[in-house]
Design a protein around this ligand. Structure first.
Ligand SMILES: Cc1cc2nc3c(=O)[nH]c(=O)nc-3n(C[C@H](O)[C@H](O)[C@H](O)COP(=O)(O)OP(=O)(O)OC[C@H]3O[C@@H](n4cnc5c(N)ncnc54)[C@H](O)[C@@H]3O)c2cc1C
Length: 430
């Protein structure tokens, strides 16, 4: 099963898509970007706005990677809890990180407004649904930490209160953060791409970067099957799709994890609005978590790993996920599944995004760990600022030294990486 061959709901229900030609011949520019997802589009957008000439190389199509395949949940915070980040990084860095996550949502909202991108953006907040009673206690502790150290408010709900939010027998309570948002992710990606081109930026689709050569003349040359881009600066934003052939060092610091989604047929509005009552983004506290939402065309879109254990048969992934949907919302028993798709989520060994610049001058940002719908747009802006002004100050997510993840060798198989991931996840969540 190749997840890339399954059409996501978002693509099937998108605005008009601009088709772009592959690169033929040589093209000179200020900045070449590899990867046409949110990270690459945002970086190019912010550079182009300041008069830089940018070229994006995308091996598939704009939004063809995780950016056009995700749950469209624009979440506050990070994959790790703020309590854990506070413990690891200290209060100053943790505060700066929380601020970044809130800024990232404001920035998306601003870009959408300024450029009239039609992508169903709305900011109704998110729910974390607790799978066990002990998880409600953890949510309460997180709430206390957020209030005490960050002066940040979330609501914690007991089981009977959760029914005002979710019509699900599965969960024991939950918490609500009012600041998160949602959008149609593919429409945001293609809207940002059209905006970028309207500003003079260039995007080549079906154009795989196959080699990067840093030349003595401070130029970088990126080769593709039928042409080259010669630029002053390079940005590598291929995230979970980074291949070792293109950039061994960066590829070996990313754990690509497949996440899959299903979406129901269109349902009567009263059915979906009775399941997720305030139209918030939702995810739960299970080790192999579920995330779900309503869509603007009245479906339930539901995601997860599809694994009931780390040993699940690959072929059963979508069936398992469908069972999960029915555990959460038994009322959907008769609803048919209209779309199934998946994509690669990029993780780092710290479960936090990395941004920075290698000694050879390559700028990078990746590893959003399932929280990139928000953070990738902001880190794109930071990458652009780094290129425009190399003396910029401290960024809490900056990574000066990239360490290869455990088990990564020339012959490492994704399955080993996944075992590592599940082991780490178990140790964090249990
Ligand atoms: C199923 C799924 C659900 C998710 N749900 C959520 C969610 O609800 N909320 C959230 O915050 N995050 C979610 N995520 C994660 C989120 O989608 C990502 O963090 C975000 O899209 C990252 O954007 P990006 O631009 O860094 O990477 P991507 O969008 O993956 O873009 C990388 C691009 O690089 C291209 N590329 C790779 N190699 C080359 C090459 N050699 N030459 C040219 N191009 C190349 C790829 O084709 C791809 O388009 C989800 C991800 C998946 C897969």
């Amino acid at each position: 099963m190749n997840l890339m061959d399954l059409m996501p709901l978002w693509e099937a229900t998108s605005n008009n898509v601009t088709k772009r030609e592959p690169l033929e011949g040589d093209r000179h520019c200020d900045v070449v970007l590899i990867g046409g997802g949110f990270s690459g589009l945002s970086t190019a957008y912010h550079l182009q706005k300041e008069g830089y000439d940018t070229v994006i190389l995308e091996k598939d199509k704009v939004g063809g990677g995780a950016s056009g395949r995700n749950g469209g949940q624009i979440l506050t915070g990070f994959s790790d809890s703020m309590s854990s980040i506070l413990e690891q990084k200290g209060i100053e860095t943790a505060k700066a990180m929380l601020d970044m996550s809130l800024d990232s949502i404001d920035l998306i909202s601003q870009i959408i407004d300024e450029n009239e991108i039609s992508c169903g953006f709305h900011r109704n907040g998110h729910i974390v649904a607790a799978y066990k009673d002990s998880h409600v206690d953890k949510l309460k502790k997180e709430q206390e930490t957020l209030k005490k150290h960050f002066d940040y408010d979330v609501d914690v709900l007991e089981k009977h209160e959760l029914s005002n939010e979710l019509n699900s027998p599965l969960y024991r309570g939950g918490s609500v953060d009012p600041n998160s948002a949602m959008f149609h992710p593919f429409n945001y990606a293609i809207g940002l791409a059209d905006t970028l081109e309207g500003m003079g930026g260039t995007i080549y689709e079906k154009t795989e970067a196959t080699n990067i050569n840093h030349e003595a003349s401070n130029k970088v040359v990126v080769s593709t099957p039928n042409g080259r881009v010669i630029a002053k600066e390079i940005v590598l934003v291929t995230n979970g799709y980074t291949s070792e052939n293109l950039h061994k060092k960066i590829a070996r610091t990313i754990i690509p994890i497949e996440s899959i989604m299903i979406a129901t047929e269109q349902l009567p509005e009263d059915v979906v609005s009775n399941l997720i009552k305030k139209n918030r983004a939702c995810f739960d506290t299970k080790n192999l978590l579920y995330y779900f939402r309503r869509t603007d065309d009245n479906r339930i879109a539901f995601g997860g790993s599809g694994r009931s254990t780390s040993k699940s048969d690959e072929n059963n992934l979508f069936n398992n996920l469908h069972k999960g949907l029915l555990d959460v919302f038994p009322e959907l028993e008769d609803a048919s599944i209209a779309y199934r798709w998946g994509g690669k989520v990029g993780f780092t060994r710290e479960f936090l995004p990395y941004i920075g610049r290698l000694d050879d001058g390559t700028h990078f940002a990746y590893g959003y760990a399932g929280h990139g719908a928000a953070m990738s747009t902001l880190l794109g802006k930071v990458l652009a600022e780094n290129i425009m002004d190399n003396d910029r100050g401290f960024s809490p997510l900056e990574k000066k030294e990239l360490k290869t993840i455990p088990f990564y060798s020339q012959h490492a198989k994704v399955v080993n990486l996944m075992k590592y991931y599940y082991k780490v996840l178990d140790s964090i969540k249990n």
